[in-house]
Design a protein around this ligand. Structure first.
Ligand SMILES: [Cu+2]
Length: 506
């Protein structure tokens, strides 16, 4: 009998003693014989006692990943993680009180080697309001550590575990109400490297999806409290990569060069949703689905369960903006689940003709400059909102909302989308009807600047009152239109009324 098999059996009996029923001691097939297996040891194996001096783990904030380990013996690794409750922007002009592991969402990335003995120190900051703990899915033992790590504000707890199984694992807080702690951002990833390490790549990134529940609508300005009812109903306001809308877009986009290899450690904290993770314009060369050992190849979209993770690898062939989305696609365009990998380098027309896709998929996330929107919201709250501030905010919102059809210059498309520029139709409408167009949509025959249109503009009820007010103020004051101003209050009034009956003649 091989030494490996006896080790496997020893590990199996140890697991049985630990009373852990959900961790199977793996298939005993030597993984080395499996096709394209990245690693030689996929079974939970006890490599024996830690050797050498204890090592302090390097922890990193997302999207960074600690460097590869390059160590050929099991060590004692000390991890120190502090829980910090803090207010941060969840979207431009919107703040949220996050509970974090290490001050970021997702929490600090932890990287150890299979067989390491991890001495885990969990601190809870003195100014925290809540107790917290940690359940690491890479731990074999009751509660994944949760039972030993309950930590009151201003306290520290400590427990030790042996990283028996290699793989990428979620960790999260498991203090009651568990769903609320997770919804507030209490999750992260721990990588247990195979003994020989992972194949070398040019870039490793740490990205994690999560769903968020606020009392206000998506992008409604100001501080937004957690909404327990929405969370129970699994009806998120935001679905985000790395905790904040725009965490990985604009000047925070991930970057690579043409011809490089990229590895994503991509997790899903939930608390509720399952992610259909996809990178628009890329095909994954290899995916370790569910964080498991044997990779799948040539994958378009990979499913990442709540409380699960995957290792996704691909290489870049042509330059451009590659948009990462949850392909449950409303989440990407209407709840924020979008991140960008910007790839620079020479075109390769044999692979792709080179037409940019930015405008199709990015909308207002291409170069997010929604500051004007926030300025307007703040000025409104302070009671001195100027027309100029509304116009500036409306201009930003127009991209990705109205410009798809009416075009950025307001000229529309002949015979299909009527112009907003110098529109005689628009200037004839009373204010309430104008407001009802974005709120309730417009159908039926209309005449704009002497041309007939008989089409459908869909309602855009997802826009908040101040977004509609700013958009219309921008339209009224642009491209030779007559001017004027629409207020948030006027929009609220029209929204409260029933939708006007759409007649065939206007
Ligand atoms: Cu917690």
């Amino acid at each position: 009998m091989s030494r490996r098999l006896s080790l496997v059996l020893a590990a199996a009996s140890m697991l049985a003693l630990a009373g852990c029923a959900d961790k199977k001691p793996a298939d005993a097939t030597p993984a080395a014989t499996a096709k394209a297996a990245p690693t030689s040891v996929s079974a939970p194996i006890d490599f024996g006692p830690p050797q050498g001096e204890p090592i302090r783990a390097v922890l990193t904030s997302p999207p960074n990943v600690p460097p590869p380990i390059h160590r050929d013996y099991p060590a004692k690794v000390i991890v120190e993680l502090e829980v910090i409750e803090k207010e941060m922007p969840i979207s431009e002009g919107v703040t949220y009180t996050y509970w974090t592991f290490g001050g970021t969402v997702p929490g600090s990335f932890i990287r150890v080697r299979q067989g390491d003995t991890v001495e885990f120190h969990l601190k809870n900051a003195p100014d925290s309001k809540m107790p917290h703990n940690i359940d690491l899915h890479g731990v074999t033992g009751p509660g994944g550590g949760a039972a030993s790590s309950f930590t009151a504000p201003g306290h520290e707890s400590q427990f030790t575990f042996k990283a028996l199984n290699q793989g990428i694992y979620v960790y999260h807080c498991a203090t009651a109400p568990v769903g609320m702690h997770v919804a507030n951002g209490m999750y992260g990833l721990i990588l247990v490297e195979p003994p020989e390490g992972l194949p070398k790549v040019d870039h490793e990134f740490y990205v994690m999806q999560g769903d968020f529940y606020t009392t206000g609508k998506y992008r409604e300005k100001g501080h937004q409290p957690f909404d327990m009812d929405k969370a129970i109903d699994e009806n998120p306001t935001y679905v985000l990569f790395n905790g904040h809308e725009g965490a990985l877009t604009g000047d925070k986009a991930l970057t690579a060069k043409v011809g490089e290899s990229v590895r994503l450690f991509i997790g899903n904290g939930g608390p509720n949703l399952v992610s259909s993770f996809h990178v628009i314009g890329e095909i994954f060369d290899r995916v370790q689905q569910e964080g498991g050992t044997h990779p799948q190849e040539n994958v378009q979209t990979t499913l990442i369960p709540a409380g699960g993770a995957a290792i996704v690898e691909f290489h870049t062939d042509v330059p451009g903006s590659y948009v990462m989305v949850d392909h449950s696609i409303f989440r990407a365009f209407n709840k924020g689940a979008m991140a960008i990998l910007k790839v620079d380098g020479p075109e390769n027309k044999a692979i792709y003709s080179g037409k940019e896709v930015d405008s199709v998929y990015l909308g207002d996330r291409a170069e997010p400059n929604l500051k004007a929107v926030t300025v307007a919201a703040k000025a409104h709250a302070a009671g001195h909102l100027s027309k100029e501030e509304q116009i500036a905010a409306g201009k930003q919102l127009f991209t990705g909302t109205c410009s798809v059809c009416h075009q950025a210059n307001g000229e529309g498309l002949p015979g299909v989308f009527p112009p907003l520029a110098k529109s005689d139709y628009l200037s004839k409408q009373d204010k309430n009807h104008l407001i009802s167009i974005p709120l309730h949509g417009l159908t039926g025959k209309i005449t704009v600047n002497g041309k007939d249109y008989d089409s459908v503009m869909p309602p855009m009820s997802q826009l908040t009152d101040d977004e509609v007010a700013n958009l219309l103020t921008y339209v009224l004051n642009s491209w030779g239109n007559p001017g004027g101003q629409v207020s948030k209050e006027e929009v609220a009034k029209v929204r409260a009324q029933p939708a006007p009956a759409q007649t065939m003649e206007h």
